[in-house]
Design a protein around this ligand. Structure first.
Ligand SMILES: O=C(O)[C@@H](O)[C@H](O)[C@H](O)C(=O)CO
Length: 541
């Protein structure tokens, strides 16, 4: 790399006074340019012979401090040094000392926040270009322990890819890093120590899911085996009580509600209180509590009971994720009666407002049929919606366009090895037997795999098996898949944009129905044939 020319570019940036449109060196990624007094920082994009963009960090900084950075090459100039370095953890830490917004922050002061799990680690730039200016705080680093285990990734990988994207896009608005679906003190500690600003404490293992299956006689018998003072407290506090939530909304506790709520959730409440004391307070964490992955829905009394018992202990989470009525399954739209969903969601929202936190919508990808309800009902108080790894399916959409035979092979492998994930996920395609048969798929209908619900679920959950299958110590699919994605990053970015724009337009009330969102954003032509320039021009900035 010619550092003399690069030094000349730096001087032009210093003279440009923030207007970088006319820089002659088009390899400078202008959204990344930061100027601080006489110091200049930016990322260089260089496209190699394979059409893959290679990125370098460029720093021009006073020689007294430029030693913070790790250089691949450097050039001394008067009192400063020009450095070219890798986008690595060392240089990320050095930059973050200069730009605090490269480190995650709490969602507390943001009304609308959006979780954007990125399973491959190269989706955040597109997400940020879409979100910039929409008044939404993105939780860019959001990978569950399950995803880390299945994908063989670390929270550090996830955190670093998010932080570099924040710098590269010049996204100074604030972003989050979620230790997602952590279930033990070990997993919480892991998330905290790599710098996560929030944790999603998954209480599934602490919730007693057997209770909801008991008849009233057995439920009553179990409840009356509690300590006398516990029985007295719970009955005096909740039995036949109606709690006013304002605006004509309320929650009433029957005997069944009291006994079911206590026996199902009280252990989880004590567990959450323990994590709060040991980690949330000392590390000033943004606290989310989730119960969305239990097999049974969280009723309004269950939710109120959980929140009230936390409140009694002085605990107010930033968000809470009940398991709502209906099905929020991976990679497909909401399943259930949306009118009943709305009736119960209104009370869940009232409970959240009453206790001072926001609702969190888990497995929030693709639920286009209920986003208008969520956006409308939670508009005044705010929402947190968590997409769930569907960026992975948009990557496979690129694969299906660019190498149909490879996509057919990935689907056949996933279909035939679906048992790999039965310990990790519960979804219809495991049992309903209607997923397309690999033998019925071909180059002409391969794109259907990305639109058929069952095929989507098969592909969505088999990400780890696909990416880590080895034969004779070689990855069978990983390298080939990565090569396709990196060569077609602009197409991947475009599909990510389309996918998330549909979510946000419905949540923000820009459109009212799923059909309107799809009509507005779904391409009318096959965009996979467009040039990178055309794709970048149409990608929402
Ligand atoms: O597959 C996963 O584990 C994640 O997509 C997870 O479901 C997601 O991060 C989430 O919690 C939002 O629903």
């Amino acid at each position: 790399m010619d550092l003399t020319n690069l030094l000349s570019d730096v001087k032009k940036i210093l003279a440009a006074d923030g207007n970088y449109e006319n820089l002659s060196n088009k390899e400078i990624y202008t959204p990344s340019i930061q100027v601080d007094r006489r110091n200049v920082y930016f990322i260089l994009h260089q496209t190699n012979a394979d059409g893959i963009v290679e990125k370098s960090l460029v720093v021009y900084e006073n020689r007294l401090t430029s030693g913070d950075f790790e250089a691949v090459d450097s050039l001394d100039d008067v009192d400063s040094t020009l450095i070219v370095g890798e986008l690595n953890e060392h240089n990320n830490d050095a930059l973050a000392k200069r730009f605090q917004w490269m480190r995650p922050t709490s969602r507390r002061n943001y009304k609308y926040t959006f979780g954007l799990g990125d399973r491959l680690g190269n989706a955040s730039n597109a997400h940020l270009r879409l979100i910039k200016g929409r008044g939404i705080m993105p939780v860019l680093a959001q990978q569950s322990i399950r995803e880390l285990v299945l994908m063989h990734r670390t929270n550090t990988d996830v955190f670093q890819s998010a932080s570099w994207a924040v710098f590269e896009e010049g996204f100074t608005y604030g972003w989050g890093a979620d230790g997602d679906h952590v279930k033990t003190p070990y997993e919480v500690d892991y998330a905290v120590k790599i710098g996560c600003s929030m944790i999603t404490l998954d209480c599934t293992e602490e919730i007693n899911n057997e209770i909801v299956t008991l008849d009233d006689a057995e439920l009553d018998k179990r409840f009356n085996q509690l300590d006398p003072d516990q029985i007295k407290y719970f009955n005096d506090t909740y039995l036949n009580k109606t709690f006013d939530l304002g605006d004509g909304r309320s929650v009433k506790f029957t005997k069944h509600d009291v006994e079911e709520s206590v026996l199902t959730f009280y252990g989880a409440i004590l567990f959450a209180a323990g994590i709060y004391e040991k980690f949330v307070v000392p590390y000033n964490l943004d606290f989310e509590i989730s119960m969305d992955e239990t097999p049974y829905q969280t009723t309004n009394p269950n939710h109120y009971f959980f929140a009230n018992e936390l409140n009694r202990r002085g605990i107010t989470p930033v968000t809470m994720a009940p398991r709502f009525y209906g099905e929020f399954q991976k990679a497909i739209d909401y399943i259930g009666d949306t009118k009943r969903f709305e009736r119960e969601y209104i009370i869940h929202e009232a409970i959240a407002e009453h206790f001072g936190y926001k609702l969190s919508i888990h497995s929030g990808s693709d639920k286009l049929s209920v986003y208008e309800i969520i956006g409308r009902v939670s508009k005044q108080h705010g929402w947190h919606v968590k997409t769930a790894g569907t960026n992975w399916l948009e990557a496979l959409r690129v694969v299906a366009h660019k190498d149909p035979d490879f996509m057919l092979e990935l689907y056949k492998f996933s279909y035939e090895n679906l048992d790999d994930v039965k310990a990790f996920y519960v979804f219809n395609a495991q049992t309903d037997g209607t997923a397309p048969k690999p033998a019925d798929m071909n180059k002409d209908n391969v794109m259907d795999l990305l639109d058929n619900d069952d095929a989507r679920q098969v592909l969505h959950t088999m990400y780890g098996s696909i990416m880590n299958l080895k034969h004779n110590y070689h990855y069978v699919y990983r390298d080939k898949l990565w090569n396709i994605i990196l060569k077609n990053q602009a197409l991947y970015d475009r599909y990510l944009n389309i996918h998330i724009a549909e979510h946000l337009d419905l949540l923000q009330g820009v459109v009212k129905t799923k059909q309107e969102a799809q009509e507005k954003h779904e391409p009318k032509t096959d965009i996979s044939k467009e040039s990178n320039q055309e794709l970048q021009a149409s990608t929402n900035k």
